[in-house]
Design a protein around this ligand. Structure first.
Ligand SMILES: *[C@@H]1O[C@H](CO)[C@@H](O)[C@H](O)[C@H]1NC(C)=O
Length: 184
């Protein structure tokens, strides 16, 4: 609860606790149909599990969330369309798209976004049984070394042959699943 309000305050939004969501990819008859969207080592990818970290000092105080290996997200500022990682670490972790289109997120305790990267363009629309996470140009997954890394589709370049566009279906979660997501 406390972490959610901290994140909301920092991102200048009116996000209420409980607006966390997980994401599943949908592209029928493809290898990326119904894979969880996860975070690890600073990248967002489809499949696998989340790569998370909770410091010993927090663990010994019983403060680590019950990590299930899933990745949660949160709309940051709905007006500007920012996306935040569902992480409890003070200051939060912010999603950005780098100049190559790769979807990444900030190091804990930093918030620094690389030169030329974009944080905006995200939105979530709600449906009866699930929602959809959108990025302005669309989302695609590109197979690199047997991992489907997530990219924002850049309006000035076509979708490469090694990539598949997909729909990002959201399901509501009540609390963050990680203290922080790893960036190295
Ligand atoms: C998920 O949460 C959003 C925001 O609170 C809400 O509008 C939506 O109805 C919820 N979706 C489901 C399927 O419960």
């Amino acid at each position: 609860m406390k972490a959610a309000f901290t994140l909301a305050a920092l991102s200048g939004s009116l996000v209420a606790a409980g607006d966390y969501f997980g994401v599943i990819s949908a592209r029928s008859a493809s290898p990326i149909h119904l894979l969880p969207m996860n975070a690890g080592r600073g990248r967002i990818y489809l499949g696998g599990t989340a790569d998370t970290f909770c410091p010993d000092s927090v663990a010994s105080a019983g403060g680590c969330p019950p990590t299930t290996g899933e990745t949660n997200f949160l709309v940051g500022n709905a007006a500007t369309g920012t996306l935040v990682m569902g992480a409890e670490v003070p200051g939060g972790q912010y999603v950005y798209i780098d100049t190559c289109g790769a979807v990444k997120y900030t190091v804990a305790h930093s918030g620094t976004i690389p030169e030329g990267a974009t944080q905006t363009g995200w939105s979530v629309t709600q449906g009866a049984s699930f929602g959809t996470l959108n990025w302005k140009g669309g989302l695609m997954a590109c197979n690199e070394d047997n991992t489907w890394f997530v990219y924002g589709v850049q309006t000035d370049s076509p979708v490469p042959d090694t990539c598949l566009t997909f729909d990002a279906l959201t399901s509501n979660q009540t609390e963050p699943d990680a203290w922080q997501y790893t960036t190295a």
